[in-house]
Design a protein around this ligand. Sequence first.
Ligand code: FPP
Length: 241
Amino acid sequence: MNETVNQIDNENIPKHIAIIMDGNGRWAQKRNLPRTAGHRAGMEALHRIVEAASDLGVKYLTVYAFSTENWKRSDKEVNFLMDLAVEYFFKELKELDEKNVKVQLIGKREYLPLKVQIAALEMEEQTQDNTGLVLSVALNYGGRDEIVETLKEILNDEVPYDQITEELISSYLYTGDLPDPDLLIRTGGEKRLSNFLLWQLSYAEFIFIDTFWPDCDKDFLINMIKEYQNRNRRYGDIDEN
Ligand code: FPP
């Protein structure tokens, strides 16, 4: 085991890490490459981070791959990202399955191209019984949209007024089976949530960091976990020490 891993407190690994994978375009621009090359490098970074999270004992990893707002980008870039998602699901299937990773898509899937829906479904079906890391890939995901859909479903199910609780609402979200994230990381230097997991991030620790997503690797994740372990989570309570 290398020195960096040794400095992690294995008793305090964040159970659920959420990541806004930002900075692909600027990573490419810095190298005089097209934005699409940045997204491809971003897919390789995702491979490294999923592997690292699984090795380090993180239980849930949720990544923002395409937002409900990302449709505003050029057709070329949108099409490239959709093709990349298909490629990711097919290319990674064997390895993720062997690593006991369970993969699920979160977001409004019915508006995604059929090829993406099919690739995601195949990944989900093949990995559904795996018991290791749960990887949730947010595609055509928006936090406000998720809350609107949740309200519609609760009304549709005619849930009685006095049964509407925070837990009930949580269970109707796309992330219904997951605990709330303990740690949110946004790479690429921007300090905003961009409509990601609005309900679920209420008590998460936030790390905003300048590193571009394609530069992220296992050492990066270890450093993020160390930073998390230096935080003092109080959930609205006071510090008794
Ligand atoms: C934001 O960077 C990134 C995205 C909108 C796409 C994220 C996609 C990947 C990491 C590729 C792999 C994943 C799948 C499953 C498709 P940006 O383009 O906004 O970067 P910029 O802010 O530097 O322009």
